[in-house]
Write a protein that binds this ligand. Structure first.
Ligand code: SF4
Length: 294
């Protein structure tokens, strides 16, 4: 159970990944800013943990890229004063070439950076980065950080068929990974509707090839998550989750059943979602996924 702390507004990112599950980036930026005062985030966190202790890890994550938050180091330090649970940060890795970002991340317990690309061309094809973000600088920053980092480093590799799934591509990725001092590698594939409809989800053989060459393990089968919300109202609870993280119909159903909703109540909520103009419903992989638009 992860308690998410998001220090950035929706879709402020230095990437616009073709596979992004929250759509195309409409606030492309490489400027680090204090979008919200640290004190406000910490107050909200304090309020939450007064009543709840049901989480195992605090995850700094965004509906965009969390290292764009300028006071990230201070935020991590303040969170650590308030909880003994591990603090994790999920990052796209783009900013790791920046020394101040690496310093900010040093105090987290668990760092989950992405490494999907193996050269500048595949970097551009996968992430459509901000003009000032360069593959080599980000990668070298990851290598440098990994040498000094005291916590666990879990690397995620997102596979997109035709871009980073060939044997040649995976061998190049493996050579890059070998220079990084990491704890685990996760092989992932898009399981939710991606930003671009034309991207190809890798077939089982490609995922197996990646697992064999990179030596990681696949989380493709583990990605149906269990969701919870501190919001009492069931519908508002769903809206608050799907504006950050899309949920498929089964996840919504499980969320509502966990809250002891009857079949009729569940049906009613799906009907309201269907009419809600702030919710996008996408048919993908044979079922419906719900995404909050605002
Ligand atoms: S997947 Fe992450 S890094 Fe890529 S565009 Fe979406 S929010 Fe940004």
């Amino acid at each position: 159970m992860s308690l998410g702390v998001s220090p950035i507004p929706k879709k402020y990112c230095n990437f616009s990944c073709v596979y992004c599950q929250i759509g195309r980036t409409d606030h492309m930026t490489d400027k680090r800013e204090d979008f919200f005062p640290v004190e406000n985030i910490i107050d909200e966190f304090k309020e939450y943990i007064k009543e709840n202790d049901d989480y195992h890890v605090v995850t700094v994550v965004g509906e965009g890229e969390p290292t764009l938050y300028k006071s990230l180091g201070k935020l991590i330090a303040e969170l650590k004063k308030l909880t003994s649970k591990p603090i994790a940060v999920i990052t796209n890795g783009a900013n790791l070439g920046d020394k101040s970002v690496r310093e900010d991340l040093m105090e987290c317990d668990l760092l989950l950076p992405s490494l999907d690309a193996f050269d500048e061309a595949s970097f551009k094809a996968l992430h459509r980065p901000h003009g000032r973000v360069k593959f080599l600088k980000s990668y070298e920053g990851l290598v440098e950080l990994s040498q000094k980092f005291k916590g666990e480093l879990w690397i995620e590799v997102m596979l997109i068929e035709g871009i980073n799934t060939s044997e040649e591509a995976l061998i190049k990725l493996k050579a890059l990974l070998d220079k990084v001092k990491y704890t685990k590698v996760y092989i992932n594939a898009p399981v939710r509707p991606p930003a671009e409809g034309n991207i190809v989800v890798p077939p089982k053989e490609s995922i197996e090839r990646a697992v064999n060459i990179l030596g990681g393990f696949s989380i493709d089968t583990l990605t149906t998550g269990k969701f919870s919300s501190g919001i009492v109202d069931n519908y508002e609870g769903i809206l608050s989750i799907i504006k950050r993280h899309p949920m498929n119909q089964f996840e919504i159903e499980a969320f509502l059943k966990d809250r002891n909703c009857s079949e009729d109540e569940i049906k009613n909520i799906f009907n309201i979602l269907k009419e809600d103009v702030t919710v996008e419903i996408i048919e993908y992989k044979g079922f419906y996924t719900y995404r909050g638009l605002i």
